[in-house]
Design a binder for this molecule. Sequence first.
Ligand code: NAP
Length: 270
Amino acid sequence: MSTAPTPEQPLALRTERSSGNGPHAPKRILVLGATSGIAEACVRLWAARGDSLYLVARNADRLAAVAADARTRGAALVDTAVVNLDDTAAHPEMLAHAINSMGGLDIAFLALGVLGDQQQAERNFATASQILHTNFNAPVSLLTWLANYAAQRHAGTLAVLSSVAGERGRKSNYVYGSSKAGLTAFVDGLRNRIDREGVRVITIKPGPVRTAMTENMKGSAKFADVEAVAATLVKVIDKGSDVVYVPGIWRIIMAVIRAIPERIFKKLSL
Ligand SMILES: NC(=O)c1ccc[n+]([C@@H]2O[C@H](COP(=O)([O-])OP(=O)(O)OC[C@H]3O[C@@H](n4cnc5c(N)ncnc54)[C@H](OP(=O)(O)O)[C@@H]3O)[C@@H](O)[C@H]2O)c1
């Protein structure tokens, strides 16, 4: 019989330290998908202001480079774990280790995600299923553990990278888009559940940003600069906003896109 922990059980934690008070108190930040272009740029800013960082990614070499850079920039603590986050059974042990390592948790930043191959996903459910697993199931598992941990303590911020792609299904990327639509709905609902417990839950919807994920896309030179996006994210995560479009113009662009009648939308090449 399996003895694996379930989210109803608490994470295996040691004694926690208080995080200190005031807007400039160093934060203990867990970054899931720390080799992401957007996460890396945020890590540079968090490290430079002396925060403690626990960085999780699946590519050991790239993770080591991100961690070494964070140490050079002045992070109070940098610890890492090489984990394939698709392995949801590994989540409770990894999360307990991260929280124990930092003596608590102020911010969890979920940046993992795959764009996937839309055309292949149209032909092969295994491809679609993989995209849905990484972009939806894995974050849902992480957030279930983290939300229960934070709600018990009446503190903490859970910041999640969803996407504007989740706001309307488009023929060019509807498998990725649907994974992000599901994630957005989950994160929004989670906020409605635990905001009253004193936990901030932030749905982040970037428009196109210049990172490895978008480097082969048409027009990528005009996409948002990742350093500017990260500067905005660090601010809104400190503030504990609810739903953030970044760059902010995407709130208006998506309002327009959502308003296009389907009979017209289905004829567009989007
Ligand atoms: N760039 C954009 O235009 C854009 C727009 C809207 C939303 N987003 C979202 O923002 C997030 C970050 O994207 P990005 O632009 O920074 O892309 P990126 O540089 O391609 O980063 C994605 C990261 O997710 C990691 N990852 C994927 N599957 C994983 C797994 N199973 N376990 C652990 N890590 C895994 C990747 O690790 P590996 O390197 O090992 O694959 C990579 O570090 C994603 O959720 C993305 O969907 C991006």
